[in-house]
Design a protein around this ligand. Structure first.
Ligand SMILES: CC(C)(COP(=O)(O)OP(=O)(O)OC[C@H]1O[C@@H](n2cnc3c(N)ncnc32)[C@H](O)[C@@H]1OP(=O)(O)O)[C@@H](O)C(=O)NCCC(=O)NCCS
Length: 152
């Protein structure tokens, strides 16, 4: 657990899912459902954290730990609480966890038009290494594949 400026960052629990799903529906055109988050919390390779202000979930982020790599699956912050470094703190905590586990690299996919998220990842040294054409089936948008090497 980590606390900064009254915001608590901790591991996600089943009781957090309602709050997480609310943020999901405010953040994505095809939000993940309650059932999907239940599955994620039962998935032994998944690691999810939440950001909490006065018992309210205001953000979440997660990754899958696959052999020696971490795949960031998703990250979102409640629109009311954006631009307060909440996503940055969560990305930093995921990177710290990956380093603690001696993983070699972290990767993620992001919509080519998602300027905010691309800026956020670049800030932590993620670099664009590839493109998946039409990755988002609902509208055919391409995904950038970004990587961060952890060795060094
Ligand atoms: C992307 C997202 C998670 C960022 O959350 P956040 O808590 O507002 O991010 P932070 O406050 O930590 O911002 C970190 C940096 O990202 C960049 N950034 C974030 N939002 C931005 C915006 N609206 N415009 C420009 N840059 C932005 C900036 O470089 C920012 O640093 P700065 O505030 O010092 O300029 C949030 O906008 C969100 O939930 N979006 C919808 C869900 C989503 O697209 N998730 C990513 C899926 S891959």
């Amino acid at each position: 657990m980590y606390e900064k400026d009254g915001i608590i960052f901790r591991k996600m629990d089943f009781k957090d899912i309602n709050g997480v799903v609310k943020i999901e529906s405010r953040s994505f055109s095809l939000p993940w459902s309650t059932a999907m988050f239940n599955e994620e919390l039962n998935n032994p390779i998944a690691f999810y954290i939440v950001a909490v202000i006065e018992q309210e979930i205001v953000g979440y982020a997660g990754m899958w730990l696959i052999i020696d790599e971490a795949h960031i699956t998703n990250i979102a912050v409640d629109p009311k609480h954006r631009r307060r470094n909440i996503a940055s703190t969560m990305v930093r905590l995921l990177i710290e966890k990956a380093r603690e586990m001696n993983l070699k690299a972290m990767t993620l996919e992001v919509r080519t038009g998602n300027f905010e998220a691309i800026e956020l990842y670049k800030r932590f040294g993620f670099k664009t290494e590839g493109l998946r054409k039409g990755y988002y089936r609902e509208d055919g948008e391409d995904a950038l594949i970004m990587w961060l090497l952890l060795e060094s």
